[in-house]
Design a protein around this ligand. Structure first.
Ligand code: NI
Length: 257
């Protein structure tokens, strides 16, 4: 079973053994990995990784947690990073996080919008982080996503109704380890009802390890647990889920399958 990992953070300090883990993932059938940057420093690490590993692609952007580090100079830096390699396939991860509020909300919103504009200019999809900020995220995307090359609402755990509204705007929904957790009725409803061509799979490694690895350091070799859970919910084979989510991700990111 070949799987496309659409969201991981191998630049994270929890991966001192990154080289071994990335190779082991690829050998285990993780055909492609998109490494998502979260601040200016991790953009640089992401660029080094995509140069080193043929199966790793990059999303370049600044997470809402780090929105406060953004200014005009760093926006120029982002532009240069985004245009420095064909293997940069998205702007991300960007968005809003009202759970931690590590950056003021107006600052998060401003740089979310700036980076959406950058994605439109460069014709790249976006990878969106949203936590306790679904309404504002939707409103900004509704106002600014016209002309955008789509994107992913990552680690989605909102309602089916909200997921359908994001899909109407042209977005894919990223399903991660949460789908394997107990009491996630909304996620299961969403996975069951959305068209299969709108779903992609992700781990968000090193975070959010699926059952039965919950609490451990996550890596992309745990994707089969997520794929199998989606297959069970939809009553189709894991192979079919792996293939469909692979096709969806390849189409979105412009990667040859
Ligand atoms: Ni992430």
């Amino acid at each position: 079973m070949k799987i496309f990992e659409t969201h991981a953070h191998y630049d994270d300090a929890k991966f001192p053994d990154r080289d071994q883990v990335l190779k082991a993932c690829h050998e285990a059938g993780i055909q492609y990995i998109v490494n998502c940057a979260s601040d200016i420093a991790s953009c640089k690490t992401t660029l080094q990784m995509i140069e080193t590993y043929p199966w790793v692609y990059g999303a370049i952007g600044v997470h809402p947690h780090s929105a406060s580090e953004m200014d005009e100079d760093n926006l120029d830096r982002l532009y240069n990073y985004l245009t420095s390699s064909d293997k940069v396939v998205a702007v991300g991860e960007i968005g809003l996080d009202y759970h931690y509020d590590f950056s003021p909300r107006d600052v998060q919103q401003d740089w979310f919008i700036e980076q959406i504009e950058l994605a439109k200019e460069l014709e790249l999809p976006i990878i969106v982080h949203t936590r306790e900020a679904l309404e504002d995220t939707y409103n900004i995307l509704n106002d600014y996503s016209y002309g955008l090359t789509g994107g992913i609402i990552h680690s989605y755990n909102g309602s089916l109704e909200m997921a359908e509204r994001f899909v109407e705007l042209g977005f894919h929904i990223g399903i991660g380890g949460m789908v394997t957790f107990p009491k996630v009725r909304k996620v299961i409803e969403t996975v069951k009802a959305l068209p299969l061509d709108r779903l992609v799979v992700e781990t968000d490694s090193p975070y959010l390890a699926p059952v039965p690895k919950r609490g451990e350091r996550n890596d992309s070799r745990n994707l089969p647990y997520i794929v199998e859970k989606i297959a069970e919910i939809r009553g189709i084979s894991a192979e079919e889920v792996a293939q469909a989510t692979m096709d969806n991700a390849c189409r979105l990111f412009g990667v040859q399958s």
